[in-house]
Design a protein around this ligand. Structure first.
Ligand code: FES
Length: 277
């Protein structure tokens, strides 16, 4: 039995705005009946003000899918499209007083249906739009695309396959896609770190490098009398001085340089290049 809040139960037992708007201005449909979860959101929009005047949903899903969809329709009525487009899955979950981690994908489904409906409205035609169509499907069991996975990682700060499964359902079936999900998570955070590092000032870069050297790298070398000092940084090139046992050990120097470079790339930025003095 899931640990639902009272508000989830309340929206599940007494869902608001169930149904489908006749001649809607926007339609967003996500998920698949085959996977067990699907949501169709229809919205009516006052064109001059772009305010959502009505919203209805139909869902094939569990209690939290119904509650999330019901909450979503309540949240967006009266908002402009610009305001509604900023709603995140976390806000849907918060509106309900929270959702169990394993059920967060229901709030993601709501957010995606809303995005699809707005996209559909902007396209001018009220016809079915499915988010992520045309993107590479990573999880075949639940038809989850890379686009959806990367977005869930970004919005919800996800770091493990289990978390991605909770938010998107990807990986929750046969499990064959788990390796690929793991790679997407790793690549996403490596790219994010790189963007962050590239935007840092030189002083911030130096601080970060010194922190990793003193906390991660040097303690491992210390036992063998080795030590590494930061000399300079220019763009992605880091100049290091190898001291102690590392110094005057040319045969192992290249190997050690490679090991340090690998460590700094993993911890800081995958594009770093090490130059040894
Ligand atoms: S392919 Fe993703 S769980 Fe089966």
């Amino acid at each position: 039995m899931w640990n639902y809040t009272e508000k989830v139960f309340e929206h599940f037992k007494n869902p608001r705005n169930v149904g489908e708007i006749e001649n809607p201005d926007g339609v967003g449909e996500v998920g698949s009946i085959i996977c067990g979860d699907a949501l169709k959101l229809t919205i009516k929009v006052d064109r001059p003000t772009e305010k959502i005047t009505d919203a209805k949903f139909k869902t094939f899903g569990c209690a939290s899918a119904i509650a999330s969809s019901s909450a979503l329709t309540e949240m967006i009525k009266g908002l402009t499209l610009a305001e509604a487009s900023k709603i995140t899955n976390q806000q849907i979950a918060d509106f309900l007083g929270g959702l169990p981690g394993e059920k967060m994908h229901c709030s993601v489904m709501g957010m995606e249906a809303l995005e699809a409906a707005i996209k559909n409205y902007r396209g001018g035609k009220a016809e079915k739009v499915i988010m992520g169509v045309g993107e590479r499907v990573v999880c075949k069991c639940f038809s989850v695309t890379e686009f959806v996975i990367r977005k869930a990682i970004k919005l919800n700060n996800l770091h493990t396959v289990e978390e991605v499964t909770n938010f998107t359902k990807a990986g929750g079936g046969c499990g064959q896609c788990k390796g690929e999900i793991e790679k997407i998570i790793k690549d996403y955070w490596a790219e994010a770190e790189h963007k962050t590092f590239a935007k840092m000032t030189v002083v911030e870069k130096i601080k970060m490098l010194e922190k990793v050297l003193s906390e991660e790298v040097n303690p491992k070398l210390k036992a063998d009398g080795g030590w590494i000092e930061l000399v300079d940084i220019e763009g992605s090139t880091v100049k290091l001085r190898f001291l102690g046992m590392c110094h005057g050990c040319p045969s192992s120097g290249a190997t050690l340089k490679n090991v340090v470079e690998k460590e700094l790339r993993e911890k800081i930025d995958p594009t770093l290049v090490i130059e040894a003095e």
